[in-house]
Design a protein around this ligand. Structure first.
Ligand code: KG4
Ligand code: ZN
Length: 457
């Protein structure tokens, strides 16, 4: 089978400014025996698109208008943002009914749901902004990490829009977008800063040294905190329409957080990594031992049953967040050794919209004489604004792809990165997170950017 079609099946292509390394091919068990077929058909073969970028007319940096598209998981989101930081529109269509029906994200169903609404969501974002595609400077889209079936819907839409209107495309890292949206909210936020990114699929502690330059201090060795919130909510029979996190946060206010002594994960590990699989099991056992029946929705539970569920929710939340607090404390110590000038800890991602999480982390941050930066909840959960803003940040640096051809060709293959690390692991955290390496497919965003910068010099 021709390599190009193999890559096409795998939804992978090289990007002009992102070198498609042999490591990646090795991970895919492919041999680069026909290197010419590795070229994207719509762009010149270059390891750096900076030369390409220079040929594209760019409006003044402070007058960019970028459309951001996000479909990496179960939210279909689009937004239009100006480089001045003005949010012109923000549209999110969530798959609440599917979440309720399947108790989680089912990739094929999620893909179909994205396909059904993507055109409408993007159109609505343009309408709300009172703009048409011809007013845009570029299209930014999440290319990873995430579910490839879902990512593809957004990338296809971005490609179509950019192709039809001759607009450059910026491929965005979802987790970088969660972190950088804090710079839109807090314009004083300069590099270097730390970020704790907590969502349904990721728990990341990073040191952001510059745009596209991240050191990964810690990550989850199994489940992310959002997944633990979602499963706990499902097992407690809570209303999942707004996802499990908000339901647990609400119910936990009624409960006694000290009533069940769940053990804090990874106490003995002197690193900054996370684990929520064990806590999930402890919660499951507590639920079973109290004969709580998830088939009975919380709205129909007796007051004693409700109380018992609330105690579990509160006890779970206390320990889940204590785990964050402990790892953040260590990460701050590590980060200050590397970059003593750090002043901020950004907390972002869906779970960062939780008020209890914010309050507890604020205490940790204050104790270390740092400042907490938490975007508003609508910018913590998945959204198009963060994608558009991250696109703007990279576009200003000349990091973007030239417009794709207007007419879709069979040779065009999509560049998706379902498993894509943000940065390189910090040496002190490395030993205990070794098992994570197996999951790596793409070189990290940071290593790719560093390689392309070296190419320039
Ligand atoms: O960042 P996000 O919107 O999507 C992913 O990239 O995963 O995060 C979604 C996660 C879900 O697990 C959801 O339950 C959790 O964020 N979440 C919350 C809250 N709001 C959303 N978790 C705890 N408390 C909340 N208020
Ligand atoms: Zn997210």
């Amino acid at each position: 089978m021709a390599l190009s079609s193999t890559l096409s099946r795998l939804n992978l292509i090289p990007r002009p400014w992102l070198p498609y390394t042999v490591t990646t091919l090795r991970a895919l068990k492919l041999k680069p025996h026909k290197p010419q077929l590795l070229r994207p058909m719509w762009a010149p073969l270059t390891l750096s698109s900076f030369s390409v970028s220079a040929q594209i007319h760019r409006p003044q940096d402070d007058n960019l208008v970028v459309l951001g598209i996000e479909t990496s998981c179960d939210d279909t989101a689009a937004a239009v943002v100006r480089s001045s930081g003005e949010i012109l529109s923000q549209v999110v269509s969530s798959q609440a009914d599917l979440l309720v029906r399947y108790g989680g994200v089912a990739p094929k169903m999620a893909e179909e749901a994205h396909l059904q609404v993507i055109d409408q969501v993007v159109q609505e974002a343009l309408n709300q902004a009172n703009l048409s595609e011809t007013d845009l400077s570029a299209v930014a889209v999440t290319i990873g990490p995430g579910l490839s079936l879902c990512l593809r819907v957004g990338v296809q839409k971005a490609r179509k829009t950019a192709g039809s209107f001759n607009l450059p495309i910026i491929g965005v890292h979802h987790m970088e977008a969660h972190a950088l949206v804090a710079r839109l909210v807090e314009r004083e936020l300069q590099f270097p800063f730390m970020a704790l990114l907590i969502s349904g699929g990721h728990n990341l502690l990073i040191l952001a040294q510059g745009l596209g330059q991240y050191i990964q201090l810690g990550t989850s060795i199994d489940d992310a905190i959002g997944e633990a919130y979602d499963k706990t909510a499902k097992w407690l029979g809570l209303d999942m329409r707004r996802s499990g996190g908000p339901a647990i946060e609400e119910l936990a206010r009624e409960g006694d957080a000290e009533s069940i002594k769940f053990s804090i994960p990874m106490k003995q590990h002197k690193d900054c990594n996370f684990s929520y699989a064990g806590l999930k099991t402890q919660v499951r056992m507590a639920i079973e031992s109290r004969n709580i029946n998830a088939e009975i929705p919380i709205s129909c539970a007796s007051s004693q049953d409700r109380r018992s569920r609330a105690d579990i929710a509160a006890s779970f939340q206390r320990v889940a967040v204590l785990h964050l607090e402990e790892k953040c404390q260590r990460a701050i110590e590590w980060a200050l050794k590397i970059e003593p000038s750090i002043k901020h800890l950004v907390v972002s991602g869906g779970v960062a919209s939780n008020q209890y999480v914010r309050a507890r982390l604020d205490q940790v941050v204050k104790k270390n004489s740092l400042q907490l930066v938490c975007p508003p909840p609508s910018l913590c959960t998945d959204n198009g604004v963060m994608v558009a803003w991250t696109g703007i940040e990279h576009f200003r640096m000349g990091r973007f792809d030239p417009p794709p051809p207007a007419v879709e060709s069979e040779d065009f293959v999509y560049d998706l990165r379902p498993r894509w690390p943000l940065g390189e692991e910090y040496a002190e955290g490395r030993s205990e997170a070794r098992s994570l390496r197996k999951a790596r497919i793409h070189p990290s965003l940071t290593s790719i950017i560093q390689a392309s910068l070296q190419q320039q010099h």
